[in-house]
Design a protein around this ligand. Structure first.
Ligand SMILES: Nc1ncnc2c1ncn2[C@@H]1O[C@H](COP(=O)(O)OP(=O)(O)OP(=O)(O)O)[C@@H](O)[C@H]1O
Ligand SMILES: [Zn+2]
Length: 396
């Protein structure tokens, strides 16, 4: 006689180690099996979150990201391999996940979530995971979770630190706007490329996003989540802040909200472009004051009359620099520009940075002091130097 089992026979062996846990059991496994979750961002946080969600037996996972895999991603984006460089991240992630769990249903969507597509693309999921890296998307996903009436498991990681919080949980869980009605300053919320990230920090936070998602689906969670703060250098490394319930006056989830997502200008609200649904170019350069890498190489020869100032932070200067250049980090230079243009013979000043933005700010600060000095900066920064002048110059 064959009995009809609620799970495929193999799954009893596959998930047995968690199914024997009191409080989880077969009902917990069935809840995971019947659940759909959407992971937005298949980068540092998305990869570890996806890995554990896939192996835990979630039935369907949507992956959304418009980016392709780069060498600099491999330090932390652990579903991507050297072979997947150049492939869309969602495709690379889906391939890795299929190897972990061939029965998992994966919706791999090569697209950035934006105000026009968010609700339509995410409506069929039970839980959203924010694994992205920019403020406009954080607000958009919070508003989308509120509009769809589903929880949002949000992660963030920068430098040595990470943050985890579940928003819009249950009938009175706060949304992201309840906690952060005003976006963080742009300087405090740059990308991993700008700010740096210890790879393993994203592993911890992304894995904890998977944990919270599993808890919500299996109904093991606390209805009053906290904001969890992690610092790799902290002692203790974890701190948790208890959250209040939803704010009645909140623009995102309060009683007065009545806006359509597509009408909200998230990018404007967050103080300018910072996300990949609109990537902008560099600062506008002043005509004739900027040099290509090849021009820079020919013109900038360090001597008593010619100085190359590299305005990157000291740690970055310590990684690599143009021979003969001196390091004056941008904040020090702009705090007291006069100090760096002393010297009776000094006639030409060349400014460099990593990508060609900070060097323009430094050049303007110096020009505001002296009109005699020839002040020029390098278009595209040391990236362009490595591409066009010195292929052995490290790119980081
Ligand atoms: N609106 C969005 N919709 C979907 N994915 C997004 C959105 N905004 C950001 N992402 C994705 O979130 C991921 C964030 O991951 P992470 O910061 O680790 O990667 P990265 O941007 O490749 O890093 P780096 O700053 O080092 O280049 C990226 O893959 C990015 O494409
Ligand atoms: Zn709110």
């Amino acid at each position: 006689m064959t009995s009809s089992l609620p799970l495929p026979l193999d799954d009893y062996r596959r998930y047995g180690r968690q199914m024997i846990l009191d409080g989880f059991g077969l009902p917990g496994q069935l809840k995971l099996q019947n659940a759909s979750v959407a992971v937005i961002g298949a980068g540092g946080l998305g990869c570890p979150a996806l890995q554990y969600l896939a192996t835990s037996g979630i039935g369907r996972i949507g992956i959304f990201d418009a980016d392709v895999v780069e060498l600099s991603n491999l330090q932390r984006q652990i579903l991507h391999t050297e072979q997947s460089i150049g492939l869309p991240k969602v495709e690379s992630a889906a391939r890795s996940l299929a190897m972990l769990n061939s029965r998992l249903k994966i919706d791999a969507v090569v697209a950035a979530i934006n105000p026009s597509n968010a609700e339509a693309l995410l409506a069929s999921y039970d839980v959203l995971l924010d694994c992205t890296d920019n403020a406009p998307t954080r607000y958009l996903l919070s508003d989308t979770a509120v509009a769809l009436g589903i929880p949002l498991v949000s992660g963030a990681a920068q430098k040595f630190e990470g943050q985890l919080c579940v928003y819009n949980l249950g009938s009175d869980g706060p949304c992201y706007r309840c906690l952060f009605p005003v976006p963080p300053a742009r300087e405090a919320s740059g990308s991993c490329e700008e700010m740096g990230i210890m790879g393993v920090v994203t592993g911890i936070i992304g894995t904890m996003q998977a944990v919270e998602t599993i808890k919500i689906i299996a109904e093991l969670h606390d209805y009053r989540p906290g904001l969890l703060l992690y610092s790799l250098l902290g002692n203790p490394p974890f701190r948790s802040i208890k959250l209040r319930s939803r704010k009645p006056s909140c623009d995102g989830c309060g009683s007065s909200k009545n806006r359509q997502l597509s009408e909200i200008d998230y990018i404007q609200f967050c103080g300018g472009p910072a996300c990949n649904w609109v990537r902008t170019g560099l600062l506008e350069g002043r005509q004739g004051t900027r040099l290509t890498a090849r021009e820079f190489e020919l013109a900038a020869k360090p001597s008593a009359s010619c100085r190359i100032i590299d305005v990157r932070p000291r740690t970055e200067f310590g990684i690599c620099h143009i021979p003969g250049s001196i390091n004056v980090p941008l904040n020090e230079l702009t705090a007291n520009p006069a100090e760096w243009i002393t010297g009776p013979e000094l006639d030409e000043l060349y400014l460099v940075c990593r990508l060609g933005n900070d060097s323009q700010i430094a050049a303007e600060a110096i020009r505001s002091l002296s009109s005699d000095l020839h002040v020029k900066d390098l278009i595209g920064g040391l990236r362009a130097w490595a591409t066009d002048v010195d292929p052995k110059f490290p790119v980081y």
